[in-house]
Design a protein around this ligand. Structure first.
Ligand code: SF4
Length: 86
């Protein structure tokens, strides 16, 4: 059976719920089903680590840098400026 990385309904209010996956656990459903409550839910130690991680500067990949470069080069026509021949 394939294990989903997607957080479950109980994760709704958790800070570590990143929408399509959990910051800590690969299998959020298993965290809730094996225990009465997920060990990461409202755990201040884990939340502090997550906040620290979020403050770190983001390192851009080569792909992101390239995309940013080419988006910056895109020429924008001023309003009223039409291409020749029309
Ligand atoms: S830490 Fe637990 S409650 Fe929070 S998103 Fe992950 S699995 Fe859900």
């Amino acid at each position: 059976m394939r294990r989903s990385r997607k957080p479950v309904h109980q994760c709704y209010q958790c800070l570590l719920n990143l929408g399509d996956h959990c910051w800590v656990y690969d299998y959020p459903r298993g965290q809730w089903s094996g225990h009465k409550r997920c060990p990461g839910f409202e755990n201040e130690e884990v939340y502090a680590a997550f906040r620290l991680w979020r403050k770190q500067p983001a390192v851009k990949s080569r792909r992101e840098l390239r995309r940013e470069f080419f988006r910056g080069r895109r020429r924008r026509r001023p309003p009223g400026d039409r291409p020749r021949g029309r």
